[in-house]
Design a binder for this molecule. Structure first.
Ligand SMILES: [Zn+2]
Length: 134
C-alpha cells in the first residue's frame, strides 16, 4: 500500500496513502502547508476588514461636517425673506429683553426688601437710643 516518494518541500522520502496519487508532500510538510494556507486566508480576511474600515473612515473624514452645516445654513438663509430674518431677530430680542426685565425687576424687589428691613432696624435703633437718653 502506497509508494515511496521524495517530499517536494523537505526532500525526505515518504509513503503515500495510495498507489495512484498526486501526493507530493510528506505528512509534516502537508500539515504545515495546510496551516499556512489557513493563516493566509484568515490574514486576507482581516486585511479586507481593516481595509473596509479604513475606507469608511476615509469617507467619514471627507464628509466635512462644518462645511455641510454652513451649506445648510446658507440655503436656509437664501430661502428666508428679509422680513423673516427681521422677525426672527426681533423675537430673539424681545425674549432677551423680557428675561432681563424680569431679572432687573427681581433685583429691584430684593433691594426694596433690604431697604425696608434696614429702615425698620434704624427705627428700632432710634427707639432704643431714645429710651436710653430721652
Ligand atoms: Zn516534507
Amino acid at each position: 500500500m502506497g509508494i515511496v516518494k521524495d517530499c517536494k518541500i523537505c526532500g525526505k522520502p515518504f509513503h503515500t496513502m495510495s498507489n495512484s496519487t498526486t501526493e507530493d508532500l510528506c505528512r509534516t510538510c502537508w500539515m504545515n502547508n495546510k496551516q499556512d494556507i489557513a493563516i493566509r486566508r484568515s490574514e486576507n480576511k482581516q486585511n479586507n476588514v481593516i481595509l473596509s474600515i479604513e475606507r469608511r473612515i476615509d469617507a467619514l473624514e471627507r464628509f466635512d461636517v462644518p462645511f455641510q452645516v454652513e451649506m445648510k445654513v446658507n440655503t436656509m438663509l437664501q430661502h428666508m425673506m428679509p422680513t423673516d430674518l427681521e422677525k426672527m431677530f426681533n423675537d430673539k430680542l424681545d425674549k432677551y429683553l423680557m428675561q432681563h426685565e424680569k431679572k432687573l425687576r427681581e433685583l429691584r424687589e430684593k433691594q426694596q426688601k433690604q431697604i425696608s428691613i434696614l429702615h425698620t432696624r434704624i427705627q428700632e435703633l432710634e427707639k432704643e437710643v431714645e429710651s436710653l437718653y430721652g
